[in-house]
Design a binder for this molecule. Structure first.
Ligand SMILES: Nc1nc2c(ncn2[C@@H]2O[C@H](COP(=O)(O)OP(=O)(O)OP(=O)(O)O)[C@@H](O)[C@H]2O)c(=O)[nH]1
Ligand SMILES: [Mg+2]
Length: 287
């Protein structure tokens, strides 16, 4: 956290989140951007746009995050959000096997149609729903450089970035985890439907995707996820040449506007949160 240096130019990084409905995409973003969690997060409609600035060594990275809607009816909008993205976070729910299959489909689509240099991270979310045995080993990989360890549960009252609307498909897991959290502590691994080994093996096979297990609820692994993405980006080649110029791999203003125009909840769903804000102080400043 080298501060008090001349303000570095931010490298803009367009990042998209993809994955089945209710796996916790918006929750991961909320944790990353505002260090908050909402037990009753509403399904995303269209997409939401958020930003977060991070410092990585002497570089400042501004993540421009497109949090897409997982419901199938929004699938056709996705290319607009992953086009020109420098990074993608493909999320599944470790307590729902079918969500890994959906994640694989997203990875395939990205590998066929997105920027060929895109950095893809596969993330198994809801790690808090299983007990500690595997949790410890899970975090070990990502814990290379931050002191961000398992944070205590922070149950915020933070507003969701999305407007709620009854989701027609695949909503059951949105409510199920809350009712099973307590029993998970008793039943141990029983809620886990995707082993770390299986998902990690797939991540390797699929061309060396970054792989994490995380919990948006506790914050475990979230910081590490974005840090590792930042470290895997070709930052030097993305540096703006002149003040105000966008990074090569980031979305252009025109793209952003185009995408924002299509987002179903472009108004209240848009939320900007810069790293200088209070949200980051708890974690020592993002990356
Ligand atoms: N226990 C637990 N619940 C979580 C976690 N992350 C999200 N949830 C819950 O899962 C539900 C769905 O979370 P969202 O973040 O809205 O999921 P999403 O992937 O954005 O869903 P769509 O916007 O519909 O695609 C909400 O009730 C969250 O509170 C987590 O890490 N642990
Ligand atoms: Mg969402």
């Amino acid at each position: 956290m080298a501060d008090s240096e001349a303000p570095a130019k931010a490298v803009q990084v367009k990042l998209v989140l993809l994955g089945e409905a209710a796996v916790g995409k918006s929750s991961l973003v909320l944790r990353f951007v505002s260090n908050d969690f909402n037990e009753n997060n509403s399904p995303t409609i269209g997409a939401a746009f958020l930003t977060q600035k991070c410092r990585l060594e002497d570089k400042v990275i501004k993540f421009e995050i497109w949090d897409t809607a997982g419901q199938e009816r929004f699938h056709s909008l996705a290319p607009m959000y992953y086009r020109n993205a420098a990074a993608a976070v493909v999320v599944y729910d470790i307590t729902k096997a079918s969500s890994l299959e959906k994640a694989k489909a997203w990875v395939n689509e990205l590998q066929r149609q997105a920027n060929p240099n895109i950095v893809i991270a596969l993330v198994g979310n809801k790690l808090d729903l299983i007990t500690d045995g595997t949790v410890a080993s899970t975090a070990a990989v990502a814990n290379t450089q931050t002191e961000t360890e398992a944070e205590p549960v922070i149950d915020g009252d933070g507003e969701s970035a999305q407007d709620g609307q009854a989701a027609s498909d695949d909503e059951t897991s949105a409510t199920q985890p809350e009712t099973t959290t307590t029993s998970a502590a008793v039943s141990g691994e029983s809620l886990r439907q995707v082993t770390r080994e299986e998902a990690e093996a797939y991540a390797k096979e699929a061309g060396g995707l970054l792989f994490f297990e995380a919990s948006a609820k506790t914050g475990k692994g979230v910081q590490e996820l974005f840090t590792e993405i930042a470290k895997n980006l070709p930052i030097e080649s993305m540096m703006p040449k002149t003040p105000g110029a966008g990074g090569a791999a980031s979305g252009t203003a025109a793209n952003r506007r185009a995408a924002a125009g299509q987002a179903g909840n472009g108004g209240p769903g848009n939320k900007v949160n810069l790293a200088d804000g209070a949200a980051n102080k708890a974690r020592g400043g993002c990356c």
